[in-house]
Design a protein around this ligand. Sequence first.
Ligand SMILES: [Zn+2]
Ligand SMILES: [Zn+2]
Length: 326
Amino acid sequence: MSLQLKFWGVRGSLPSAPSPQKRSQAVEDVLRQFFSSGFREPAQISQFIESLEVAVLGGYGVATTCVEIQSAHQQLIIDGGSGIRNLSESLSKGKTKFSAGPYHIFMTHFHWDHVIGLPFFAPHFLPGHEIHYYGVQAELEKLIRGLFQKPYFPVPFEALSAKIHFHVLEPRKACKIGDITITPYQLDHPDPCWGLRVEAGGKVYSHCVDTEGTRVSREEMGADLPLYQGTDLMYFDAQYTFPELAEKANWGHSAAQVGLDIAFREKIKKVLFTHHDPGADAHQVQELKRQTAEYYDSRLKKAQQNKESLSPIDWNFVHEGFEIKL
Ligand SMILES: [Zn+2]
Ligand SMILES: [Zn+2]
């Protein structure tokens, strides 16, 4: 195994759960589907459930950005959105060989949806634990300290029991944590946000969230082009529909079609779309998926007509808790 990833939070901007009314409606839809599929008996429920996509049944998730990466010998965390609380819980149960730390948390930027879970990452409060924070922003330490501060949070930074270290990274310069190499590249976002190219055992993961994807050509991407090259999996911001991109210019988020264009050109094998809008329920994300499939098919068809070679891409919209091995 070279790289194993788990997506603990995939929502953008704000944690967001469907209302009880919407949840009731979703249960009703699933029950209707059960009977219309010809099932009748309680004993058939498991078979029916297994036949459905997780996101069709359970939606895309509530928690904001947090990705856990494991190599053979190392664990990294990218961003501390509300998803980090569930990761913290799994670590405290000692379920992985990385439970005792030290923990390495890479920050892309400091918008609320990427930091809101950090005060709930339990190792901060445990003596004998060590946490390393990494980020390109020179004010990294000040920004993290600011999260543990009254009246926003009852425990001040000075009272935390863990040993906490800060590492300011140089843009576009690789750093090594155990057997993983990480290089930050700039994304297209209103407050500077740094994507990460993560490499181990010959596999490459490209973390491209939050980004508007305004620089599309290789020339425009310039020094940040390596983020998108030779990658096995690209994790890409697809909060909006393609038409919404024009309405929401400079909001810092993109659409799946932009990600597919990059992936086709750079021959990226797998793409996961993320940063789902807080207002989007499962049906709306599935509608984005349908529009993306239409675009994907039309690109392949056009290439076939023009006798161009276009490598297929294995793409999907990610849901909370999704795991993948590269
Ligand atoms: Zn965000
Ligand atoms: Zn942001």
